[in-house]
Design a protein around this ligand. Sequence first.
Ligand code: NAI
Length: 469
Amino acid sequence: MQERYDLIVIGSGPGGYVAAIKAAKMGMKTAIVERREIGGTCLNRGCIPTKTLMYSSHLYAIAKEFQELGIHCSGLSYDLNRIQDRKDQVVDKIRKGTKSLLESNGVTIIEGNATIMDADSIRIQNADEETFLTTDRILIATGSNPIIPAIEGINSKNVITSDELLSQRDQLYSKLIIIGGGVIGIELATFYLEMGSAVEIIEAADRILPNMEKEVSQSVAMNLKKKGAIIHTKAKVVKIIEDSDNSLICEYEEKSGQKSTSAKGILVAVGRRANTEGLFGNDISIAMDGAHIKVNEKFQTSIDNIYAIGDVIKGRQLAHAASAQGIATVEIMNNQTPSIHLDIIPSCIYTSPEVAVVGMSEEEAKANDLEIKVGKYPMLGNSKTILSTGERGFVKVISDTASGRIIGATLFCERATDMVGELATAIANGLTSQDLASVIRPHPTYEEAITEAVEDIGGMAIHLMPRRR
Ligand code: NAI
């Protein structure tokens, strides 16, 4: 008879593995079940491989501008196989690190497919074995899978999801059509454009990145177009046809009628859906919220001792949100108050320049009739941006007029993703624009733009032309 666990976590992505380590550190006898590779989508098919490939593409794009920097470089080219090898090494290194963190904290790693049979028992199936484990609590962290829309011809060869695109070897398509101008579509468009391929984006909404504020959508769209992308909005793909020369013809409808375009490859990036397939046995039923598992504010499902976090529940599909929920859930299981502000979730897009937002956008604040003040600093006035041949961008900070507290920020600039944490800290701790202006930021840095933006709230930014009186 197997020993009973305090907690079994299903899924080892950033939600599950972080929760498992936290639980072990808090003294719970913990196991984690994974049917694929340790690390989940983020490590194996998402954030890490994408950003590793983009590190190469970004350097390649910069290398094309070497002349301007006084550096001579001839015969510049790339080797996609080598780029992919390095990406695999990065993923492998982090995966091994994650595995040894789990092991050294005493978490039992179980390989196999987990099915919840009832509130305290789980069946594990792998190639030739079936075992049953019992536990006091279960945490579901099974993540999400790409949505495949019902479009005629969607199953054609070379119509791929981000999973396949991230392991593409030998050569990139000379042109890629991307269905869906969301975060995945836009990041992979950036990778393709930086590597020198042509990109055409077909987005159903009236703008790319429709979940972001308009100013971000417009700035990113302008930037992508400058790099050569063609973007169609309010456009709907109706049919994909395989042509005789291995090309794909993509027929789509937009305002001006039915059109078609062709490429060797089509990326489908229209969102991700909660992964619950095969998760529940016949004798258990759990309340759903649409396609997601329904949870209360304690991350409990309709069965008290079964919890769920991350992409499998409704909310932001972000690795760091899942990790934070994992930590909070384990704290709740141990009768502690969550130590993390779960409502303040920075959101990042690794374009060039990067996008990072946190808290309320100017648009949202206005839509909610809040009295706000906005400070904004254009990056073309920032010394670090100028000396490193940076592009147009901005840092925008929003404060509540009455209290002066920072309630939101939007960064569209180099290293935005590394800087947004400071604004998240400010929002979480109720800091005012004055508090943020009162610290010395080093020179020359991108983060000097935060000083300027918060000073601009009171019209006092030093490196900004005075507003017309
Ligand atoms: P998404 O929800 O961000 O974007 C999907 C886009 O496809 C939307 O703009 C939508 O309007 C459009 N769309 C939907 N159906 C369509 C159709 N039939 N034709 C044309 N357009 C259509 O989903 P995405 O990009 O697949 O990303 C999935 C999740 O992963 C998101 O929640 C995203 O935030 C997360 N993610 C986060 C990253 C980051 O933090 N840097 C990186 C990659 C993904």
